[in-house]
Design a protein around this ligand. Sequence first.
Ligand code: ARG
Length: 461
Amino acid sequence: MPVDGKKVWKGRFSEKSAYEVDVFNSSISFDHILYQEDIAGSIAHAKMLGKQGIISNEDTQGIVEGLTTILEEIKSGQLSFDVQAEDIHMFIESTLTNRIGEAGKRLHTGRSRNDQVALDLRLYVKNQMSEIKAQLHQFEEVIIEQAEQHLHTIMPGYTHLQIAQPVTFAHHLLAYGQMIARDIKRLNEVIEHTDVMPLGNGALAGTTYPLDRQFVAEQLGFKAVTANSLDGVSDRDFVMDATYALSMVMMHLSRLSEETILWCTQEFQFVELADAFATGSSIMPQKKNPDVAELVRGKTGRVYGNLQTLLTMMKGIPLAYNKDMQEDKEALFDSVRTVTIALSAMTPMIQTMTVKKERMRQAASKGFINATDCADYLTKKGVPFREAYEVIGSLVKTCVEEGITLEEVSLETYQSLHPSFEIDIYEAIDLDQCVMKRMIEGGPAPEAVKKQIIRLKEQLK
Ligand code: ARG
């Protein structure tokens, strides 16, 4: 843990900090993952200091070369993080100074760790949200691929988990396609909110040095610079925007997971997972468990929890920086890690699962799934819908008592219930017809679903 001799701020103190304080205070065990962002930020800052004549060109060159070497060495594993350093920022600065001397000591001119860490985090969020977006695109492609193969695969649609009306598996999967498309859009918005550069805010009140903030922003690929120094160092809205967007991704993945788990049961048997994406039991030889889906569902809770952590952490702190804010990192990093791993396991799981068309169709033939269509038949013949609804309601009751389906009711019985029934009632309640006729925009008919896919693909471009 930190040795006092290494602390840059030791001048103000006459006694060493307690060992327990050093342990408690240190963040390098988790913030070391920001090393690339930290080095990129420092290189941009050093170049700007040189350009503005605040440090010499020679010093700038020494700093840039030194940092570039440190970056390469960390990447290759040649240089490892010193657990005694307070955080990643101090580690990189002290490593640089140990190597290049005087010039290294000039790097932090006009900068504070407060604006430095805000910058690093913004760079991290922008990078990670882009990575996750790419993963979501892949997932979306898998959903579309599966859907294209099941435009005609009829399955029951549910409300209250009770059989309601027939849909197709393509249509059902593409509901998730819509959710994922919204997730991608949400991540784009997060990136947009995050795309503001905080360096130049100093500790809280800016700086007297003639820094060129626009230059730094351009170097690092930011669209704008922050407008208020107090806000610039203490704003973590973008961290919460990101963890909220990630919570939404997990919520969607969790719902699909729950359905996959149901579909894999003996009772449903709608899909079978590939062996590579299922697990066995240590005692029950027959088991094939959907662990991936269960873990995605289970891990959703921690991602929600991280958002709660951040909101609670921020709600009572006065302006500007407070050490509480060091707690933002583990929550954010954990959410990023969890979503990344969840998507990487779930994408191939959905891609490789086998869809059992016959079972789906069989399930759709039960439960009076065509009762609405039966009522619609009468309505189209001029019977008011409420009256038609009542007729079919009592017919279903009789069928349940007699253990028969609507297809098995005789024409005489139909006609005794209402004179408008004719022989074409059987076509109207045919399962395929029930789906085919729902051609309305956004509906499950294969023609409508094809249009849905075209629109989705266009949206993703
Ligand atoms: N490790 C700190 C954090 O993550 C860096 C900022 C420290 N600033 C300070 N004034 N102590 O928040």
